[in-house]
Every structure is written in structure tokens, then in C-alpha cells.
Write a protein of this length. Structure first.
Length: 332
């Protein structure tokens, strides 16, 4: 189930900073993964679940304090969640910001499922772990709880002490650290992990609301959305992977690594399916370019940047190669 999960490398960089990793200890932090120190430090990449799991386990082993998930959760604010975070921060109300999370959460945290319900006068957000509930799973759920609570405080404009947190795990030895971080009542050994708060909070305005940014960020989220149907061919798996990573100029070698196959195997399988990696890559880039160009308020400069081009002229050349006209001519 977890083989198709990919995670931004940025999250692991934040984790490395959290536990004080430096040049000498970086090889230990990356031990057992396919990542080199150079790739880890310099690439704008996504990593597969096996590497992500190993990195978190290494971090737990290296850290000399319990509750690493709680500590790390402090360093994953809304802005760290890409287009989804930007769309939430620029939404007009808390309800619309939470709707963004509920709709697109799987793009960023594919190891959990987020659902919601209303119970009496309370709104509940339920988090269900989709990977093994081992030490890494515990880290993830704790980091998500802390990050979500602090994000909710940001959206509502102040620290909310009457939010309630229900945890499906037993009370940990570091419960004092956990509770002092979320600053609200916490209940352990519950049937589900969830947040509960008064429904009246849903109508609160978001201080950082901005309609233009919200629209553009949600369009990026739409581009990131993936089909729930599992792909059956390598071509479909490649296309699905590219849809998850718009704006990343993913190479064939990087795609092979994320799909847990060798570049030679990927080349052979695509040849058997009568296609090439570049053709699949161009097809997804074309769809994304046309989607953005259909939004009249989005500038060519912003489109180029969002699609991973270093400058608008590179995007214009690629677009003309694909369609025979320039982006400006297409919009006429």
C-alpha cells in the first residue's frame, strides 16, 4: 500500500535541522536510504516511502530525547505544506481553510487519512494512520497533531485553549511536553485520533485571507490531485507520479527511483508499452500549461515558475514546441 507514497524532501531537511544534523553526522542520518548527502542538501526532489521511513527511524535513534514527533511538529507550519498551505492561509474563513485540508490532505500526508464530522455543537477532524503503527507511525501522528493544532491557532488568529485533542495511543511518558505544546485538553487511549472544537469557530475570518492567492493556490492543488484508482501499467504509474509533482522537472532516473525500479527496467517496461518517458512527461506538462492558461488572472511569469521553469522564456519555447503557438497567442 505504501509503495506509491512520495514525500517532499523538504520535510526531512526540516527534521535534520530539528535534531541538529551537520555535515559530519549527515551520513548517519541518511544511513540505509538511497540518498546521497549531495542530493539531500541540493535537490528539489521527492523521496519514496522506504527512504522517508528510514530517515525518521534514524532521526529517532540519533535524538537523545523522547517525543521527537512533538518537537518536530512545531517546525511544520502551514507554509510548509506547499500549495495546500497557501490556499488555506489565504481562505476567507476557518471553514473554507479546513475544507481545503479535507479535500487535498492526501497530497501532502499520504500516510494518513483526514475526515470530518459534526457531533452536537462540535466540529471534529479525524486522523487515521494508513501506515504501520510503529515508532515511525507514532512520530508521524504526533507531528501531525502538533502541526495541525498550531495551524488552527494561526488560522483563527489566537491560541485556542478550548480545542480538544483525542489520541488513539496510550499516554506517553512525555505527555507533559505534548500537552504544553498543544495548549489544550488531551485525552489518551481513545477510539480515534481527532480534534474537536466549537462549530462557531468555523465562521471566524482568516487574517491572511487573499482571494487571488487562494484561487491560484487551489488551482495548483487541483493539478496535484491524484486518481484514487491504482495504475496498472508503468505508463500510468509515471503519469500519476508526474501529476503528484507539478512544477518539478523530474528526470527519468528520479522517476525510476521513486517507483523502486532501476532506470534500465523502467526504460524496458516503457518500451514494451510503446511509449517513452519524455512523451509522458510532455503530456502532463501540456495539460498543466493549458489548465493554467485558461485562468485569465494568472501571469505567464507565475505559470512558468509554478511549472518549474527558471524563466518565462524557457516556458514560452516549450509551449511553442508543443502547440505551435506562443502562450500569449493561445490566450487570444
Amino acid at each position: 500500500m505504501t509503495l506509491n507514497i512520495v514525500i517532499s524532501i523538504d520535510y526531512s531537511r526540516v527534521l535534520a535541522n530539528t535534531i541538529g544534523i551537520h555535515e559530519e553526522t549527515l551520513p548517519t542520518f541518511l544511513y540505509g536510504t538511497s540518498l546521497s548527502p549531495t542530493r539531500f542538501l541540493e535537490s528539489e526532489d521527492y523521496i519514496n516511502w522506504e527512504d522517508q521511513h528510514q530517515i525518521i527511524q534514524n532521526a529517532i535513534d540519533l535524538f537523545d530525547q523522547e517525543g521527537l514527533g512533538v518537537i518536530a511538529g512545531r517546525y511544520y507550519p502551514l507554509a510548509s505544506h506547499g500549495a495546500m498551505g497557501n490556499a488555506a492561509m489565504s481562505s476567507p474563513t476557518v471553514k473554507e481553510a479546513l475544507d481545503i485540508f479535507l479535500k487535498y490532505y492526501g497530497m501532502r500526508a499520504q500516510f494518513t487519512k483526514l475526515t470530518s464530522e459534526i457531533s452536537g455543537n462540535s466540529f471534529r477532524m479525524i486522523q487515521t494512520l494508513l501506515v504501520e503503527n510503529d515508532a515511525v507511525g507514532q512520530f508521524l501522528i504526533e507531528a501531525l497533531i502538533v502541526s495541525t493544532k498550531l495551524s488552527f491557532d494561526f488560522l483563527s488568529g489566537r491560541q485556542q485553549n478550548d480545542v480538544e485533542v483525542y489520541c488513539s495511543f496510550d499516554k506517553p511518558r512525555y505527555s507533559e511536553l505534548f500537552e504544553s505544546t498543544v495548549q489544550c485538553p488531551v485525552y489518551y487511549n481513545q477510539p480515534q485520533t481527532l480534534f474537536s472544537f466549537p462549530c462557531t469557530y468555523l465562521d471566524m475570518p482568516v487574517a491572511t485571507r487573499n482571494e487571488a492567492i487562494r484561487q491560484f493556490s487551489e488551482q495548483q492543488c487541483e493539478s496535484l490531485s491524484r486518481s484514487i484508482q491504482q495504475p496498472s501499467t508503468f505508463s500510468e504509474r509515471i503519469s500519476e507520479l508526474l501529476r503528484q509533482l507539478p512544477g518539478r522537472q523530474l528526470t527519468q532516473a528520479q522517476a525510476a527511483q521513486l517507483l523502486n525500479v532501476s532506470p534500465r527496467t523502467l526504460l524496458r517496461r516503457l518500451k514494451e508499452e510503446n511509449t517513452r518517458y519524455q512523451s509522458l512527461h510532455d503530456a502532463e506538462q501540456k495539460k498543466l500549461a493549458l489548465h493554467y492558461l485558461e485562468q485569465p488572472n494568472i501571469t505567464l511569469e507565475l505559470i512558468a515558475d509554478s511549472m518549474g521553469y527558471h524563466d518565462p522564456s524557457s516556458f514560452r519555447r516549450a509551449f511553442k514546441r508543443w502547440f505551435g503557438v506562443s502562450p500569449s497567442e493561445y490566450r487570444l
